[in-house]
Design a protein around this ligand. Structure first.
Ligand code: HEC
Length: 143
């Protein structure tokens, strides 16, 4: 009988934790200003705001809301994607041609041909603003 009480308590706690995670995931608590990995999300505007919507529709399933990454793709708000290591051109190429797995263990990125070049430009203003907000700036790439 005692064992039963303890395990049903543990079960209740597990349900609460799960519910909290789901609510956080679906944004029930509103748009947080910090994401799970500590990325501070600036109030973006104009082109970056348009880019955010395009990013969330086409890229976030792998690269995560706010570009923090998922188990299907890397974070783009990451120092290796600073403009000196991955220029804007790398973004146009990734979207047009896809990417062979080389930096990460997530597999290849399929081409995103539904996204136009001008939409990539908008995605770039968004991603570069997020990067700048956490101090990721241009650094010359040295091999
Ligand atoms: C199906 C999952 C998936 C989707 C959708 C996706 N990506 Fe990726 N992307 C990846 C993976 C995985 C990598 C990492 C490849 C590696 O380096 O190992 C990657 C890498 C990249 C890179 C780095 C390219 C390089 O030269 O190393 C850029 C930039 C990028 N993605 C942008 C985007 C943008 C912008 C979108 C939306 C238009 C997008 N991705 C959608 C999975 C995805």
């Amino acid at each position: 009988m005692k064992g039963l009480t303890v395990s049903s308590f543990a079960f209740a706690v597990a349900i609460l934790v799960l519910a909290g995670m789901l609510m956080a995931h679906f944004g029930v608590f509103g748009r947080a200003s910090t994401s799970p990995n500590g990325v501070i999300v600036p109030a973006v505007s104009g082109e970056a705001l348009a880019g955010q919507a395009i990013f969330e529709a086409n890229c976030a399933s792998c690269h995560g809301i706010n570009g923090v990454g998922t188990n299907k793709g890397p974070p783009l708000v990451h120092d290796i994607y600073n403009p000196g290591h991955h220029s804007d051109d790398a973004f146009y190429r990734a979207v047009r041609n896809g990417v062979h797995q080389h930096h990460w263990p997530f597999g290849n990125m399929p081409a995103q041909t539904q996204v136009s070049e001008s939409q990539v430009a908008q995605i770039l203003s968004y991603v570069r603003e997020l990067q700048a907000a956490i101090g990721i700036h241009y650094r010359p790439h040295r091999m």
